[in-house]
Design a protein around this ligand. Structure first.
Ligand SMILES: *[C@@H]1O[C@H](CO)[C@@H](O)[C@H](O)[C@H]1NC(C)=O
Length: 378
């Protein structure tokens, strides 16, 4: 006990002096601080629910794929990367499921699962969003439909961003629904000269209202963070038609990877971006670089980070955590379709807690919980 205290004090001291050195060299005008960087804006900590994780596994449900006209075991291979929403007091997961057929190590579709307690889920037999013989098949076949993220509108319409993969290019698309079951596809987020650009992972700025997460305008427009290299932005008047934020004739980068950190290879949006009193809180995924990454993590590991943006200028980052708040260290996070992955995509206010759902090793789904919904999230 004593030994541990001493070590803790020593590391606090080292941490503090390192912080002062780095801070004063960066900004002499700023007063030297005798405490660690302020992280009170972040939602911390999240505890993995080991008693129930992983909370969703692949199974042998079948449905008739309209594109190939055959019955497929649509969630036989892996289930992962879920969006989450609370509706009628229950948690719904919209999860990515892969079959075992086709050229791309399985075609992805979006399934729906429901839970009374946020831990025990029942899957709907058939997927709710999938490639079909429709006008978007050119983007969605045969890689499929991946990685949903979800917000609601004040009027109770669910807006999903998802990745369509044709086998060569990943593109960000939008779909809407009133009941989470029947979805209307609206097409690509990026158009014009960006139509064939690689795009993924759209996190729309939203506020919490009780257990609902509702899209919120900033400066008269809706905003979305997207991307899986840097983060970029797009804005919209109606959540369906989006306009990218540009700078010097290209997409404007608003969050970049950092050398020597857990997010040294890439940054990629997590769930929606949450409007708080302190700013717009974005939970994001960071991938560790093979060279020049965080040496305490495996090469290629995906961990969770948090960044804060100015609530009147969503493109201006104010702060971000220096270390990941969630990292792959459980068996099912370490080994799977892609090893060493915690991939965060769904977060709901439920029973006065934050339930954060994430894909583990691109194979299963787990949950981590933050016990207090602080006043920071209105
Ligand atoms: C979709 O198109 C494919 C290929 O043209 C065809 O084989 C299949 O029967 C079609 N499915 C439906 C439901 O019309």
């Amino acid at each position: 006990m004593m030994q541990r205290k001493v070590t803790l004090l020593a590391s606090l001291f080292i941490g503090t002096s390192m912080f002062i050195t780095c801070q004063s060299s960066k900004d002499d005008a700023k007063q030297n601080s005798d405490h660690a960087p302020d992280t009170t804006w972040a939602i911390l900590p999240f505890n993995k629910i080991d008693s129930d994780n992983p909370v969703l596994l692949p199974g042998d449900l079948q449905f008739n794929c309209p594109v190939i006209g055959k019955t497929v075991k649509w969630e036989e291979k892996d289930v992962f990367n879920p969006a989450a929403v609370v509706r009628d007091g229950k948690v719904f997961l919209l999860f990515r499921a892969e079959d075992k057929i086709g050229r791309h190590a399985g075609t992805s579709r979006i399934g729906l699962a429901v839970s009374d307690d946020g831990l025990h889920f029942t899957k709907r037999n058939e997927p709710v969003l999938y490639p079909d013989n429709d006008s978007l098949k050119i983007y969605e076949w045969e890689g499929g439909i991946e990685d949903p993220r979800l917000v609601e509108t004040d009027e109770g319409v669910y807006v999903m961003t998802y990745t369509a993969y044709d086998g060569k290019i990943a593109r960000l698309l939008v779909a809407t629904s009133r009941d989470l079951i029947t979805w209307k596809k609206h097409g690509t987020v990026l158009n014009g000269k960006y139509k064939n650009a690689w795009s993924k992972s759209g996190a729309i700025v939203a506020r919490r209202a009780g257990s609902r997460i509702i899209a919120e305008k900033v400066g008269g427009r809706y905003w979305m963070y997207f991307g899986d290299t840097d983060l970029f932005m797009a804005s919209s008047a109606d959540l369906v038609h989006w306009q990218p934020l540009e700078e010097n004739g290209g997409l404007k980068s608003v969050l970049k990877p950092r050398k020597n950190y857990f997010d040294s290879r890439l940054v990629e949006s997590g769930p929606y971006a949450l409007m708080t009193d302190r700013g717009i809180l974005l939970i994001y995924n960071g991938m560790n670089a093979d060279e020049g990454g965080d040496p305490s993590l495996m090469k290629g590991a995906y961990c969770g980070g948090q960044a804060l943006f100015d609530k009147s200028d969503p493109s201006r980052m104010i702060a971000r955590l220096g270390t990941p708040f969630i990292r792959p260290d459980r068996d099912y996070e370490i080994a799977g379709q892609v090893n060493h992955v915690c991939f965060l995509e769904g977060m709901v206010p439920f029973k006065d807690k934050w339930f954060l759902y994430y894909g583990t090793a691109d194979s299963k789904i787990a949950v981590a919980v933050n016990d207090v919904i602080a006043e920071q999230a209105r």
